[in-house]
Write a protein that binds this ligand. Structure first.
Ligand SMILES: C[S@@+](CC[C@H](N)C(=O)[O-])C[C@H]1O[C@@H](n2cnc3c(N)ncnc32)[C@H](O)[C@@H]1O
Length: 233
Protein backbone atom coordinates (compact mmCIF):
# COMPACT_ATOMS: atom_id res chain seq x y z
CA UNK A 1 0.00 0.00 0.00
CA UNK A 2 1.36 3.40 -1.00
CA UNK A 3 1.52 5.91 1.87
CA UNK A 4 3.37 9.11 2.57
CA UNK A 5 6.18 9.34 5.08
CA UNK A 6 4.64 12.06 7.19
CA UNK A 7 3.07 10.04 9.94
CA UNK A 8 3.76 11.73 13.29
CA UNK A 9 5.11 9.34 15.93
CA UNK A 10 2.77 10.74 18.55
CA UNK A 11 0.44 13.38 17.13
CA UNK A 12 -0.33 15.03 20.48
CA UNK A 13 3.34 15.53 21.36
CA UNK A 14 4.12 16.96 17.96
CA UNK A 15 1.45 19.66 17.83
CA UNK A 16 1.97 23.14 19.24
CA UNK A 17 -0.65 25.89 19.32
CA UNK A 18 0.53 29.09 17.62
CA UNK A 19 -1.01 32.56 17.39
CA UNK A 20 -0.73 33.94 13.85
CA UNK A 21 -0.41 37.59 12.84
CA UNK A 22 -4.14 38.21 12.39
CA UNK A 23 -4.80 36.92 15.92
CA UNK A 24 -6.21 33.60 14.78
CA UNK A 25 -4.71 30.39 16.07
CA UNK A 26 -3.12 27.60 14.09
CA UNK A 27 -0.98 24.55 14.76
CA UNK A 28 2.70 23.85 14.24
CA UNK A 29 3.96 20.28 13.72
CA UNK A 30 7.34 20.03 15.39
CA UNK A 31 8.59 16.88 13.67
CA UNK A 32 8.29 18.34 10.16
CA UNK A 33 8.58 22.04 11.07
CA UNK A 34 5.32 22.94 9.26
CA UNK A 35 2.37 25.08 10.25
CA UNK A 36 -1.23 24.19 9.35
CA UNK A 37 -1.78 27.72 8.04
CA UNK A 38 0.24 30.81 7.23
CA UNK A 39 1.99 32.39 10.21
CA UNK A 40 0.90 35.71 8.71
CA UNK A 41 -2.74 34.91 9.45
CA UNK A 42 -4.54 31.57 9.49
CA UNK A 43 -8.02 33.03 9.14
CA UNK A 44 -6.94 35.56 6.49
CA UNK A 45 -5.27 32.86 4.42
CA UNK A 46 -8.20 30.42 4.55
CA UNK A 47 -10.69 33.14 3.73
CA UNK A 48 -8.75 34.29 0.68
CA UNK A 49 -7.45 31.02 -0.77
CA UNK A 50 -10.40 28.73 -0.19
CA UNK A 51 -13.48 30.85 0.44
CA UNK A 52 -13.08 33.99 -1.66
CA UNK A 53 -11.17 32.38 -4.54
CA UNK A 54 -12.91 28.99 -4.44
CA UNK A 55 -16.34 28.90 -2.85
CA UNK A 56 -17.79 32.36 -3.46
CA UNK A 57 -17.62 32.44 -7.29
CA UNK A 58 -19.33 29.01 -7.45
CA UNK A 59 -22.35 29.86 -5.28
CA UNK A 60 -24.28 31.32 -8.20
CA UNK A 61 -23.48 28.30 -10.40
CA UNK A 62 -24.11 25.21 -8.28
CA UNK A 63 -26.55 24.29 -5.54
CA UNK A 64 -25.79 21.96 -3.85
CA UNK A 65 -22.02 22.33 -4.06
CA UNK A 66 -19.95 19.18 -3.56
CA UNK A 67 -16.62 20.03 -1.93
CA UNK A 68 -13.58 17.84 -1.34
CA UNK A 69 -11.01 19.03 1.19
CA UNK A 70 -7.60 17.41 0.96
CA UNK A 71 -6.34 17.77 4.53
CA UNK A 72 -9.18 18.37 7.04
CA UNK A 73 -6.80 19.25 9.91
CA UNK A 74 -8.29 21.87 12.21
CA UNK A 75 -11.59 22.03 10.32
CA UNK A 76 -11.18 25.77 9.72
CA UNK A 77 -11.99 25.52 6.00
CA UNK A 78 -15.13 23.48 6.65
CA UNK A 79 -16.26 25.98 9.31
CA UNK A 80 -15.72 28.96 7.01
CA UNK A 81 -17.41 27.20 4.08
CA UNK A 82 -20.66 26.85 6.02
CA UNK A 83 -20.42 30.16 7.88
CA UNK A 84 -19.90 32.14 4.67
CA UNK A 85 -22.82 30.45 2.88
CA UNK A 86 -25.04 29.23 5.74
CA UNK A 87 -28.12 28.64 3.60
CA UNK A 88 -26.41 27.02 0.65
CA UNK A 89 -26.50 23.25 0.40
CA UNK A 90 -22.98 21.92 0.87
CA UNK A 91 -21.95 18.28 0.60
CA UNK A 92 -18.51 18.31 2.17
CA UNK A 93 -16.05 15.41 1.95
CA UNK A 94 -12.71 15.68 3.73
CA UNK A 95 -9.69 13.41 3.85
CA UNK A 96 -7.38 13.34 6.85
CA UNK A 97 -4.91 10.65 7.86
CA UNK A 98 -3.85 12.16 11.19
CA UNK A 99 -6.81 13.72 13.00
CA UNK A 100 -6.02 16.52 15.42
CA UNK A 101 -6.86 15.51 19.02
CA UNK A 102 -10.02 17.19 20.31
CA UNK A 103 -8.08 18.72 23.24
CA UNK A 104 -6.04 20.65 20.67
CA UNK A 105 -9.09 21.59 18.59
CA UNK A 106 -10.66 23.26 21.63
CA UNK A 107 -7.63 25.49 22.07
CA UNK A 108 -8.04 26.97 18.59
CA UNK A 109 -11.09 28.98 19.70
CA UNK A 110 -12.38 29.44 16.18
CA UNK A 111 -15.77 30.54 17.51
CA UNK A 112 -13.99 33.79 18.44
CA UNK A 113 -13.13 34.60 14.83
CA UNK A 114 -15.11 37.39 13.11
CA UNK A 115 -18.77 36.35 12.66
CA UNK A 116 -18.15 32.83 14.00
CA UNK A 117 -19.88 33.15 17.39
CA UNK A 118 -23.04 31.48 16.05
CA UNK A 119 -21.11 28.52 14.71
CA UNK A 120 -19.44 27.17 17.87
CA UNK A 121 -21.84 24.21 18.04
CA UNK A 122 -21.46 23.56 14.32
CA UNK A 123 -17.65 23.48 14.66
CA UNK A 124 -17.83 21.03 17.56
CA UNK A 125 -20.17 18.84 15.54
CA UNK A 126 -17.67 18.74 12.65
CA UNK A 127 -15.09 17.20 14.95
CA UNK A 128 -17.46 14.86 16.74
CA UNK A 129 -18.79 13.41 13.47
CA UNK A 130 -17.95 9.75 12.90
CA UNK A 131 -15.37 8.92 10.28
CA UNK A 132 -16.47 7.24 7.02
CA UNK A 133 -20.12 8.19 7.67
CA UNK A 134 -22.20 10.76 5.90
CA UNK A 135 -23.34 13.05 8.74
CA UNK A 136 -26.05 15.68 8.34
CA UNK A 137 -24.54 18.39 10.53
CA UNK A 138 -27.53 20.67 9.92
CA UNK A 139 -30.17 21.28 7.23
CA UNK A 140 -27.60 22.72 4.84
CA UNK A 141 -24.32 20.96 5.56
CA UNK A 142 -23.54 17.25 5.15
CA UNK A 143 -20.07 16.03 6.11
CA UNK A 144 -18.19 12.83 5.36
CA UNK A 145 -14.70 12.56 6.84
CA UNK A 146 -12.42 9.89 5.41
CA UNK A 147 -9.60 8.78 7.67
CA UNK A 148 -7.21 7.85 4.92
CA UNK A 149 -3.95 8.71 3.24
CA UNK A 150 -4.47 10.97 0.22
CA UNK A 151 -2.55 8.45 -1.88
CA UNK A 152 -4.95 5.62 -1.01
CA UNK A 153 -8.22 7.54 -1.31
CA UNK A 154 -10.50 6.36 -4.12
CA UNK A 155 -11.44 9.67 -5.71
CA UNK A 156 -14.92 9.42 -7.25
CA UNK A 157 -15.02 10.40 -10.91
CA UNK A 158 -16.78 13.53 -12.15
CA UNK A 159 -18.22 14.23 -8.71
CA UNK A 160 -17.01 17.46 -7.06
CA UNK A 161 -17.55 21.13 -7.89
CA UNK A 162 -14.72 22.33 -5.68
CA UNK A 163 -11.45 20.89 -4.35
CA UNK A 164 -9.50 22.52 -1.54
CA UNK A 165 -5.96 21.19 -1.91
CA UNK A 166 -4.42 21.97 1.49
CA UNK A 167 -1.59 19.50 2.07
CA UNK A 168 1.66 20.50 3.77
CA UNK A 169 4.18 22.18 1.52
CA UNK A 170 6.06 20.64 -1.36
CA UNK A 171 9.28 20.82 0.68
CA UNK A 172 8.02 18.17 3.13
CA UNK A 173 5.40 16.39 1.00
CA UNK A 174 6.84 16.32 -2.52
CA UNK A 175 5.05 12.99 -3.11
CA UNK A 176 1.69 14.80 -2.98
CA UNK A 177 2.32 17.67 -5.37
CA UNK A 178 2.58 15.38 -8.37
CA UNK A 179 0.85 15.08 -11.73
CA UNK A 180 -0.42 11.66 -10.57
CA UNK A 181 -2.31 12.98 -7.56
CA UNK A 182 -3.39 16.20 -9.27
CA UNK A 183 -4.83 14.08 -12.10
CA UNK A 184 -7.03 12.24 -9.59
CA UNK A 185 -8.36 15.63 -8.46
CA UNK A 186 -8.90 16.72 -12.08
CA UNK A 187 -10.82 13.53 -12.85
CA UNK A 188 -12.92 13.85 -9.70
CA UNK A 189 -14.07 17.36 -10.64
CA UNK A 190 -17.13 18.02 -12.75
CA UNK A 191 -16.90 20.28 -15.79
CA UNK A 192 -16.77 23.86 -14.53
CA UNK A 193 -15.36 22.64 -11.21
CA UNK A 194 -12.50 24.41 -9.49
CA UNK A 195 -9.38 23.46 -7.52
CA UNK A 196 -7.84 26.05 -5.22
CA UNK A 197 -4.56 25.88 -3.36
CA UNK A 198 -2.16 28.16 -1.51
CA UNK A 199 0.84 27.03 -3.56
CA UNK A 200 1.75 28.90 -6.71
CA UNK A 201 4.99 27.03 -7.29
CA UNK A 202 6.09 26.62 -10.91
CA UNK A 203 5.90 22.80 -11.00
CA UNK A 204 2.37 22.86 -9.55
CA UNK A 205 1.22 25.43 -12.09
CA UNK A 206 2.77 23.49 -14.96
CA UNK A 207 1.29 20.18 -13.80
CA UNK A 208 -2.19 21.72 -13.55
CA UNK A 209 -1.89 23.19 -17.06
CA UNK A 210 -0.60 19.91 -18.43
CA UNK A 211 -3.72 18.21 -17.07
CA UNK A 212 -5.98 20.61 -18.93
CA UNK A 213 -6.93 23.05 -16.17
CA UNK A 214 -7.26 26.74 -16.92
CA UNK A 215 -4.87 28.14 -14.29
CA UNK A 216 -5.15 31.60 -12.74
CA UNK A 217 -2.45 33.11 -10.55
CA UNK A 218 -4.26 35.32 -8.05
CA UNK A 219 -2.98 37.72 -5.40
CA UNK A 220 -1.94 35.92 -2.25
CA UNK A 221 -2.58 36.66 1.42
CA UNK A 222 0.00 38.61 3.48
CA UNK A 223 3.48 37.12 3.06
CA UNK A 224 2.64 35.34 -0.19
CA UNK A 225 2.68 36.92 -3.66
CA UNK A 226 0.37 34.49 -5.43
CA UNK A 227 -2.01 31.57 -5.00
CA UNK A 228 -3.75 29.42 -7.61
CA UNK A 229 -7.22 28.74 -8.93
CA UNK A 230 -7.53 26.00 -11.53
CA UNK A 231 -10.77 25.50 -13.47
CA UNK A 232 -11.79 22.37 -15.35
CA UNK A 233 -13.32 23.96 -18.42
C1 LIG B 1 -1.51 22.20 5.84
S1 LIG B 1 -2.41 21.15 6.93
C2 LIG B 1 -3.97 21.87 6.57
C3 LIG B 1 -5.10 21.37 7.34
C4 LIG B 1 -6.49 21.99 7.21
N1 LIG B 1 -6.92 22.26 5.89
C5 LIG B 1 -6.71 23.10 8.17
O1 LIG B 1 -7.22 24.14 7.76
O2 LIG B 1 -6.41 22.94 9.33
C6 LIG B 1 -2.34 19.60 6.05
C7 LIG B 1 -3.21 18.50 6.60
O3 LIG B 1 -3.06 17.31 5.80
C8 LIG B 1 -2.90 16.17 6.64
N2 LIG B 1 -2.09 15.19 5.91
C9 LIG B 1 -0.77 15.30 5.63
N3 LIG B 1 -0.36 14.26 4.87
C10 LIG B 1 -1.45 13.50 4.66
C11 LIG B 1 -1.66 12.33 3.90
N4 LIG B 1 -0.67 11.75 3.22
N5 LIG B 1 -2.89 11.79 3.86
C12 LIG B 1 -3.91 12.39 4.55
N6 LIG B 1 -3.77 13.51 5.30
C13 LIG B 1 -2.55 14.08 5.34
C14 LIG B 1 -2.22 16.70 7.86
O4 LIG B 1 -2.39 15.85 8.97
C15 LIG B 1 -2.86 18.06 8.02
O5 LIG B 1 -4.03 17.98 8.77
Amino acid sequence: MKTTSNKPENQEDQLVLILTNDNSYSLFRKDIGETYHSKNGAYTESMLVFINNGLMPLLSQFNPIAVLEIGFGTGLNALLTHAMAPEHLIIYDAIEAYPVPISMIEKLQYHRLPEMADFAGFFRHLHQAQWEESVRVNDFFTLTKFKNDFLNFKFPLNHYHLVYFDAFSMEVQSELWTVDLLKKMFDSLKKGGVLVTYSARGPVKRALRELGFKVERLSGPPGKRHVLRATKE
